[in-house]
Design a protein around this ligand. Structure first.
Ligand code: CUA
Length: 315
């Protein structure tokens, strides 16, 4: 699905499309009026064979014309301003209904940390929310923070763009009306991998969302076959950046890996999460995502295989 603001799927995005159509309508009429009159004048009053080269009579100091070209544009600007202010106010002043979902999203160079504080879920880059039923609305109210530089959260089909600023908390809310996966992108230049800072939001039916929540809350599984890799992983620097719940890995600087294999991409959307890609990523992330801040682990082949095998069990 393409991130198209004219194909909204969530309450604030519907309002934004309405406003956009209104503004394009007014400015479109002005454009065709001005361009049409200009074209008409160019043709109608062009130089013809036999013209004597003198200018026609000029008009100076017409109060009526000057008033018209001052007052009419002023009125148009006032209308655009008031209508826009009304839409912004209506979206920003929305307070969460009782069943609203609370989410905190933290922008990092170059990935999105996604937390559901009341549900005890931490994930990355792939946002999951329920479809909201107008009879019992369950919008998601999102608190936006940055761990480093300015990013911008934008999933065009769900809501307007909102900057993610260090030392400042911004808020945005979404209320998807139909199930689907909506794509988004960091919308503020934030360094080398700005373009590689993708995110998706999947809107599930209430039942599917409840299932997703249960899966995410479950502790990671401990598979006997992966024990060697698990021990190797626990001995590496990985654990000071990444968390895997129920293990010594409790770092908070990089994505939580507890349910890594339930995510469909690695590196914030730049590569699919397949066993081969995962192995290559652990070996040297910069090959797949130049500038990625995770260092190349350059593990010995057996260690790389063992750690990959372990991470592949994190369902
Ligand atoms: Cu983050 Cu651009």
């Amino acid at each position: 699905m393409t991130p198209n603001i004219f194909a909204p799927a969530s309450t604030p995005a519907f309002a934004i499309r309405e406003l956009a159509v209104f503004v394009i309508g007014i400015t479109g009429v002005i454009f065709f009026l001005v361009a049409g009159l200009t074209a008409f004048t160019l043709v109608r009053f062009r130089r013809r064979r036999g013209d004597d080269g003198r200018e026609p009579a000029q008009v100076y100091g017409s109060v009526q014309i000057e008033l018209a070209w001052t007052v009419v544009p002023l009125l148009i600007v006032v209308v655009l301003f008031l209508v826009t202010a009304r839409y912004i106010y209506a979206i920003e002043r929305q307070s969460p209904p009782p069943d609203a979902l609370e989410i905190t999203i933290v922008g990092h160079q170059w990935w999105w940390e996604i937390r559901y504080p009341k549900l005890g879920i931490v994930t990355a880059n792939e946002l999951h929310v329920p479809v909201s039923d107008p009879a019992r609305p369950t919008p998601a109210f999102i608190t936006l923070q940055s761990a480093d530089v300015i990013h911008s959260f934008w999933i065009p089909q769900l809501a307007g763009k909102m900057d993610v600023v260090p030392n400042k908390t911004n808020r945005v809310w979404i209320e998807p009306r139909q199930p689907g996966t909506y794509v988004g992108q960091c919308a503020e230049y934030c360094g080398l991998q700005h373009a590689g800072m993708l995110l998706t939001a999947t809107a599930h039916s209430q039942e599917d969302f409840a299932r997703w929540v249960a899966e995410q809350r479950a502790p990671g599984r401990d598979e006997a076959g992966a024990r060697a890799g698990r021990e190797r992983f626990a001995s590496l620097a990985c654990i000071s950046c990444h968390t895997i719940r129920g293990t010594p890995a409790n770092g908070v600087f990089r994505p939580d890996l507890t349910h890594l294999m339930r995510r469909s991409t690695l590196g914030a959307g730049v590569i699919p999460n397949t066993p081969q890609m995962l192995r290559a990523w652990i070996d040297d992330p910069a090959v797949l995502k130049p500038g990625a801040l995770m260092p190349a682990m350059k593990l010995a082949r057996e260690d790389l295989d063992a750690v990959t095998a372990y991470l592949l069990t994190l369902n």
